[in-house]
Write a protein that binds this ligand. Structure first.
Ligand code: CA
Length: 418
């Protein structure tokens, strides 16, 4: 199913950059030990959950007629001194425990209603020296092993400095194990290490899918000017899927600018993603294996020209084989500037009217929407909540499927019925 017949093996961190490999192309795109080009590798091919293909690839929406929802945001950890939370996960089987990752490079463990959190990782030495752009560097993503009972480990996405990267920034994905003292070890051998051409759209998501494999969202590191996301050999602007046991990997889908946040619907297994644009459009994609999502030839459903990114007459995307977004919204309609934050299909039980809706937000404007369809099947969006500007960094889901907005002002806000 993977259109691009490229599989990559990342063996060891220690070898990510060979000084002799000064070729920008080589080092920028694949800082890895060995590169296997050709067939898909055993254990790495197929749909999410081979034999467990998505049961429903249609747009999932609430049962008609759509129930009205009245929602509020409630601070889930009002007493916790958390700064810039960017991800929160619960270990499988433990409903009272949360791991909270801060962009600064710290991970805390906290319990429900806790007023204190235990610092279980501090890689701020690694993550803080990443370079120019404090807004997008640091610890950016975290997921916990789905086999937590036997494998107490987290998979993190973080930036580090790199003298070989044009931007000075490298993005890394590494497994860190929980030690006997209850704290995580420092990252040792990254599974992925990629030097970034620019200091923005660095990606930053690690997420285990229902197939038990790790999905990683790598940004294109720029504003589309390099066309790097269109390079069929490259890793920029892709979702990479990794078998963490064999450490074998493949490009699962491509043509993204910044696959910062995506999630699997836990009922349909559909993979939903929010891809922020540069100039005019933000988009939501339903990601299929092997799909090309168009960046940087297209932004939203329209053509994109990095030399004239704001062209109002760009016309519709006409690239062959590009998967159109489920929904694109314009910066203009929000009054300028926008950055979509992909969310979740709500599968909790506390808000009946929200079940089955895809929830997403916008960083710049602080708006939270759900996808809706009209009687003719046309997809739109409906505002369900409004929060502050420039604060929503991410959404997270607890074991029960309840949703939280993680804000850079330090608050972790649960979406609740009002
Ligand atoms: Ca696209």
């Amino acid at each position: 199913m993977i259109k691009r017949g490229v599989s990559v093996v990342w063996e060891s961190a220690g070898v990510v950059v060979d000084a002799a490999m000064s070729s920008y192309d080589v080092v920028m795109l694949m800082v890895c030990v060995s590169l296997v080009v050709g067939s898909a590798l055993a254990g790495c091919n197929g749909d999410p959950g081979d034999g467990e293909a998505p049961r429903d690839l249609t747009l999932v929406q609430p049962a008609a007629p759509r129930a009205p929802v009245r929602l509020a945001l409630v601070d889930a950890f009002p007493a916790l001194p958390i700064a810039r939370p960017i991800m929160m996960r619960q270990p499988p089987g433990d409903r009272s425990t949360f791991y909270i990752a801060e962009q600064s490079g710290k991970i805390y463990r906290a319990h429900t209603h806790a007023s204190q959190a235990e610092l279980v990782l501090d890689l701020s030495q690694h993550a803080a020296d990443a370079g120019a752009s404090e807004d997008v560097t640091g610890l950016l993503g975290m997921d916990l092993s789905p086999r937590w009972r036997h494998d107490r480990s987290a998979y993190i996405y973080y930036t580090s400095s790199s003298s070989s990267a044009p931007s000075g920034i490298r993005v890394n994905v590494a497994r860190i194990a929980l030690r006997g003292d209850g704290k995580f070890e420092q990252p040792q051998r990254p599974l992925v290490a990629v030097d970034m051409p620019g200091a923005q759209s660095l990606g930053g998501h690690t997420l285990f899918g229902p197939d038990g494999q790790l999905y990683v969202g790598i940004g294109d590191g720029g504003q589309g000017e390099s066309g790097a996301a269109r390079d069929p050999r490259g890793l920029l602007g892709t979702i990479v899927r990794i078998d963490v046991d064999s450490r074998m990997s493949e490009v699962y889908a491509q043509g993204f600018r910044n696959p910062w946040r995506f999630s699997f619907d836990r009922v349909t297994r559909t993979l939903w993603l929010g891809d922020p644009g540069v100039a005019r459009y933000e988009e939501i994609d339903r990601v299929l294996p092997g799909g090309n999502y168009g960046w940087s030839a297209c932004e939203g459903a329209h053509r994109f020209d990095p030399k004239n990114p704001n062209d109002p007459n760009s016309g519709l995307c006409a690239e062959p084989d590009v998967v159109s977004p489920v929904l694109a919204y314009t910066h203009e309609e929000l009054g300028g500037g926008a950055a979509i934050i992909g969310g979740f299909v709500y599968r909790g039980s506390a808000i009946a009217g929200l079940v089955g809706s895809y929830i997403f937000g916008d960083f710049v404007h602080g708006t939270i929407w759900r996808l809706v369809t009209d009687g003719a099947g046309k997809v739109g969006k409906e505002i369900i909540l409004q929060t502050g500007e420039n604060v929503i960094a991410s959404f997270s889901e607890d074991l029960d499927g309840e949703l939280y907005a993680l804000q850079l002002d330090g608050r972790i806000l649960q979406i609740v019925a009002r």
